[in-house]
Design a protein around this ligand. Structure first.
Ligand code: NAD
Ligand code: UDP
Length: 346
């Protein structure tokens, strides 16, 4: 058995897929999640898929005492930190809740990690930290700026991690900036399960396809893009999960290398390097699934940008990771999950 990893937010969408990938790569995992945006059922399904019970602790990252008990009971090599709130609109309405959960929560986690001398950390950041990019594709040295509290909370944590790396050379802090995660596990057993009407494009499309929603509104058809609709870098959640395994392998290599040099603060994009427009995604979904997606054009959504796609070079060079799955796989797996679980984990 390889090292033991604490996965905060491991019951959520990206966390569940990553737990499976970690298990397959031989890691021992402990999930810590307050279930504020997930369910026990998701954890049960991960257990079934890996054919093994999972150590799950229901707890909040802001609860230092609860975290201390977990760190006292286990010898962790590192932490993969998914736990956080992620709805942009909600963050505008409830900024304090977002800063408290995402920023204070991360500080509390890092403090307990420091107490227990666990200094390998992989953080879920987002392409949203790049704001409206000046050039495309976006590389890791691009300027960062955010326009909403959710994005700010990610950016503030990035700054905290940068300061931490300067203060103490023993910290190894990989910040993974995800582009647009979509898709589901090939089994159709786990996937994205939004609480409310989805804000994101792919879950919205799949809920229209399954008949839960009537029609897709496409926000803007006058952007300077291939067909006027917004362009994003969609990445299959299974590829994203593998990106975390690659990041962990990198930390282990550094840890065991003779130089034992510290990683410090290391931001890495996880994307495919390719952009697709809203209309291209809708067409691909229809082609792959045979489901018609009725849509109408609507006004641009406030805060949206025209185009956003990654430079995926650093992940390939440094981690030896690149996305393998196509838009076709993303649509097929989303539909497999949605059509077999029309009400998510309920
Ligand atoms: P998710 O909501 O499915 O998973 C997050 C998990 O964290 C949930 O299970 C939730 O219950 C848990 N959680 C939230 N606050 C917590 C707290 N205070 N203590 C303990 N657990 C807590 O979201 P996801 O899509 O899997 O995203 C995972 C991470 O990746 C988040 O930090 C998110 O901001 C980031 N991210 C997501 C996307 C995306 O499009 N899905 C894009 C970029 C970055
Ligand atoms: N979008 C849309 N209708 C929707 C949801 C999203 O037209 O119901 C568009 C949105 O304007 C953007 C793209 O789809 O151009 C991706 O949006 P999403 O919210 O999934 O990701 P983000 O904008 O956060 O990158």
């Amino acid at each position: 058995m390889k090292n033991k990893i604490l996965v905060t937010g491991g019951a959520g969408y990206i966390g569940t897929h990553t737990c499976i990938a970690l298990h397959q790569a031989g890691y021992d995992i402990v999930i810590y999640d307050n279930l504020s945006n997930s369910s026990r059922e998701a954890v049960n399904r991960v257990s079934t898929l890996i054919d093994q019970p999972i150590e799950f602790i229901e707890g909040d990252i802001r609860d230092s005492e609860s975290l201390r008990k977990v760190f006292a009971a286990h010898q962790f090599f590192g932490v993969i930190h998914f736990a956080g709130l992620k709805a942009v609109g909600e963050s505008v309405a409830k900024p304090l809740m977002y800063y408290n959960n995402n920023v204070s929560g991360t500080i509390s986690l890092l403090e307990v990690m420091a107490e227990y001398e666990v200094k390998n950390f992989i953080f879920s950041s987002s392409a949203t930290v790049y704001g409206d990019p000046e050039t495309l594709p976006i590389d890791e040295n691009s300027k960062r700026s955010c326009t909403n509290p959710y994005g700010q909370s990610k950016l503030v944590v990035e700054h905290i991690l940068e300061d931490l790396a300067v203060s103490d050379k023993h910290w190894n802090l990989i910040t993974l900036r995800y582009f647009n995660p979509v898709g589901a596990h090939a089994s159709g057993q786990i996937g994205e399960d939004p609480n409310d009407i989805p804000n994101n494009l792919m879950p919205y499309i799949s809920q229209v396809a399954v008949g839960k929603l009537f029609k897709l509104s496409i926000f803007g058809n006058d952007y300077p893009t291939v067909d006027g609709t917004g362009v994003r870098d969609y990445i299959h959640v299974t590829d994203l999960a593998q990106g975390h395994v690659a990041a962990l392998n990198y930390l282990e290599q550094q840890d065991s290398s003779e130089k034992n040099s510290s990683v410090g603060f290391l931001p890495i994009n996880l994307g495919t390097g390719k952009g697709s427009s809203v209309l291209e995604l809708v067409t691909a979904f229809t082609d792959v699934t045979g489901q018609n997606i009725p849509y109408q054009f609507a006004d641009r959504r406030a805060g949206d940008i025209a185009s956003c796609y990654s430079s995926a070079t650093k992940a390939k060079t440094l981690l030896g990771w690149e996305a393998k799955l196509s838009i076709t796989d993303m649509c097929a797996d989303t539909w497999h999950w949605q059509s077999t679980n029309p009400n998510g984990y309920e």
